[in-house]
Write a protein that binds this ligand. Sequence first.
Ligand SMILES: *Cc1c(COP(=O)(O)O)cnc(C)c1O
Length: 477
Amino acid sequence: MGNAIEDRLLELEALAKKLSPPAGERGDVFKEYHSLSERFLEDLEDKNTFQEGISDSDIYTIDGKPESLETTISTIENDLFQKGINAASGGHLGYIPGGGIYMSAIGDYLAAISNAYSGVYYASPGAVEMEHACLNWLKSIFGFPATAVGNLTSGGSIANMIGLASARDYQNILENGIQKSVVYFTEQIHHSVKKSLRILGLHQMIVRIVPMDGENRMDVRQLRDLIQNDIENQLTPSIVIASAGTTDTGAVDPLDAVADIAESFNLWMHVDAAYGGFFILTDTAKEKFKGIERADSLVCDPHKGMFLPYGIGCVLIKNAEAVFESHKVSANYMQDAVDAVLPIDPADVSPELTKHFRAFRMWLPLKTYGIEPFKSALEEKLLLTEYFRENVVDLGFEIGPKPDLSVTYFWYPQPENENDFNQKLMKLCHQDGRVFLSSSKIDNRFVIRLAVLSFRTHKSEIDKTLRMLSDNLEKLI
Ligand SMILES: *Cc1c(COP(=O)(O)O)cnc(C)c1O
C-alpha cells in the first residue's frame, strides 16, 4: 500500500516538475524570449505605430496541450505584436500614451521570480518597504506630508476610487443625506471619476458641472457662486474634484484657488493628476501645480508620466482614518495600526489583498537612473508639443488654446462640413498608421488630438506626424 502511494507520488512529481525547469532549460527558453523582445525593440523606430485589424482567435485558443515554442513565439511576434496600437512606439500620440521602460520589465521579472507577497508587511518587509519608498518619494514631489497614506494601484481608475471612497466616508455622505450632498467638477473630468462615483454609490449626489474659462480650466468664481447658492438652498457642498492635466485638453485647474474655496467651505478636495501629475518635476510647468499640496487626496499614474508599463497608478490621502474606514477590515484593529510601529500594510489602503508586486517596476528605474532622465524626458515632451503647434499651423491647421501640458488639439478649417472633413482626415491617418493620433469633440467641433507622453517620442516622431498629416491632407484638398 505504502509503496503504491510512493510510486504514484514519484510519477506525479516528475510531471509537476515541468513547471520548474532546471537551469539549462531555463537558460534556453529565456534566450528565445529575450531575442524575441530584442527583435521587437529594435523594430520599433521604423515600424508603423498603428495597424487596423483583427486577430485570429484560433491561434490563441488554449486546448490544454503544450504547443511548440516556435508556434507560441510566432503567435506573439506575428499577431500580438503586429495589430492595433503599438503602445511601446514613440509614434503613439493618441489618447494618453503609456510607457514601458526597460528597467521596469526587469523589475517585473524579478517581482515574478521572487513572487514576494507585497500586500502585508510581515510577509515581505522588503516588498512593503519598497512600496513605501515609492510612496514617500511621491509624497515629497507633491508636497504631501510624510503622515499621508498611499497605495500603488493598478492605475488611475482604482486610485480615483480609493480617494473618493475616503472623501465619502470623511464627509459621512452616506449617512448625512446623500441626496443633498453636492460634488463639483468641470465637464473635462475623466470618465473614470464618474464611474467611481457610481461604484461607490455616490451617483445619487447632486453633480454641479462648473463652467470653465477660455483655457478649459475650472472657473473658480463660478465654483464659489455655485457653492454659495447651494448653501442658501440648504444643500451640503461636500467634494470638489480638480484635474491636474485634463485628458482632452491638457489643462490644469487653478489648484491653489480651488484649495482656498475647499478650505473655506469644508469641501474634500480631490485632485486627478493621473495624466499630468509628473510634469510637476519640470521647471517649465511646476508653477501650474501650485496648490496641489493642499489637496486631501491626489491621484497620479506612473504608467503615464513616469513611462512605466501599464498597471501602476497611485493614490495619496492625507487623512488615514478616512481611508481605513472602508479599506481596513476591522474598525477596532484600526486604532492600533494608526499608531503602529510597523509600516502600514498596503492591503489596508486598497480593495486588493494579494497584489502584483508593482513597487519593483517603479523602484528599480529610480534606483538605476535617478530622477534626472525623467525630468529631461518630461521637459522634452512639453517642448515637442510647442514645436508641433508651431509647425502644424504652417500646414494650414487651426489649433486649440495653448495647453498647460503636452496634449493639444487642432483641426483643418473648412467653410462647410468641417467636422466631416476632419473626420475623414482622421480616418486616412488611421489607415496610414505611421503614427497614431486620436480625436475628440470639443464644443461640438471634431478635433484631432496630439498627446505627447511616450518616452520614445522625440523630434523625429513629431516630424513624421507632420509629414503624415500633410500627405493625407493632400488626398482631401
Ligand atoms: C488615464 C486617466 C485616468 C484613468 O487612469 P487609468 O490608469 O487608465 O485607470 C483618470 N484620470 C485621468 C485624467 C487620466 O488621464
